[in-house]
Design a protein around this ligand. Structure first.
Ligand code: IMP
Ligand code: MG
Length: 347
């Protein structure tokens, strides 16, 4: 779109969020978008180190808990918004692992997770036994943030060289017509407000909150991509409709291990009702379906919709008819390149 007033091109600001219980494959979708669309900035919102995003790129497996999954594009600036909880040692390790020291920025106001938060997460019976949290300290850190006693990034010397005003950087980029990608974490039904309370995480994780986490107002957002896996999984406590017995999930190849905690994820078929509600809660404009190949092995590695076997195509069409927004990205395998991209080619 040509911006007649400014005389420059308006590029879309896109937010990517999870549509089920986390682990939908956002890391894979975001890393693909980063390589394909070459965003100027990728800004991470969401909770904190409870998130684990898996990215497989150039034969390497990355398990990201702090940095945006867009790190695969070496030209993209990687920002973490003030709403996100930072564990400095995990962050610094990821910076080193991805050699991204010169392009990482954290907001001054990110809250800091310390060992005492992790301990409280693990010894508290309600959190560890009932909710079955990830034990990463996120809940207790949020608790201290709400009490207004938590330490923030501004007061942490080891992070000093990375500190920046994330909302200002992100909004300046948008106003200059540069491409900004916003990454959410977890999934809609783990939201503190909209999820299956009390089996939820410690913040809202729907698109409006992800935008607030990085300081972007709702009028600046062009697209919300909600990511669904071709089946649902859930780790930790809480009801999962249609949950399969463990041996049946294993037989279908739907059993997965959690990235952060190595716990087994419980599995169930794709949930059309939850998907419709996730589209509503996130104001989603497009959907991505990942792991189509796990349900339909004949779809593995396909990158063009014309070559997609009928089985997979019909499943995607059925989802589209139900959620009433276009499925624009289809994951057909684990690596960044295993994807069908049906987005508007004029962009
Ligand atoms: P917490 O976010 O560590 O407090 O955990 C609260 C609930 O959310 C537990 O059921 C966790 O298993 C779940 N959870 C938190 N983050 C993720 C995630 O990134 N993927 C999947 N489940 C998560
Ligand atoms: Mg995950």
């Amino acid at each position: 779109m040509l911006d007649l007033l400014e005389g420059n091109y308006h590029l879309p600001c896109t937010v990517v969020v999870g549509g089920f219980f986390g682990d939908e494959g956002k890391g894979k979708i975001v890393s693909y978008l980063a390589l394909k669309d070459r965003p100027h900035i990728a800004a991470r919102g969401g909770v904190g180190t409870n998130a684990g995003h898996t990215v497989i790129y150039q034969n390497k497996l990355f398990k990201m808990r702090m940095l945006p999954s867009a790190f695969v594009n070496k030209k993209t600036r990687l920002l973490i918004g003030p709403g996100v909880l930072i564990n400095p040692s995990i962050l610094l390790e990821e910076v080193k692992m991805t050699a991204s020291e010169d392009r990482v920025g954290l907001d001054f106001q990110c809250a800091i997770i310390d060992n005492q938060h992790i301990l409280r997460d693990r010894v508290n019976e309600h959190l560890s036994k009932t909710v079955q949290t990830t034990g990463s300290g996120c809940g207790p850190c949020m608790e201290d943030r709400v009490k207004r006693v938590v330490k923030i990034a501004r007061d942490t010397p080891e992070l000093a060289k990375y500190l920046t005003d994330v909302p200002l950087e992100v909004n300046t980029a948008i106003d200059e017509g540069k491409l900004v990608l916003v990454e959410g974490t977890q999934g809609t039904f783990l939201s503190l407000y909209h999820g299956t309370y009390p089996y939820v995480t410690c913040k809202d994780v729907t698109a409006p909150s992800i935008c607030a986490d990085v300081g972007i107002g709702p009028t600046k957002i062009d697209d919300v991509i909600v990511v669904f896996k071709a089946y649902t999984t859930r780790v930790g406590g809480g009801f999962l409709a249609g949950e399969l017995p463990e041996d049946e999930a294993n037989r279908r190849g739907w059993s997965e291990m959690a990235t952060v905690t190595q716990r087994r994820r419980r599995a169930a078929p794709f949930n059309f009702d939850l998907a419709k509600r996730a589209v509503m809660l996130n104001g989603a404009t497009q959907a991505a379906i990942t792991k189509l190949d796990v349900i339909y092995p004949e779809c593995r590695g396909i990158t063009s919709v014309d070559k997609l076997p009928k089985s997979g195509l019909e499943f995607v069409k059925k989802i589209e008819e139900s959620i009433r927004i276009p499925v624009t990205l289809i994951g057909t395998g684990p690596t960044v390149a295993d994807i069908i991209d049906l987005r508007n080619p004029s962009r």
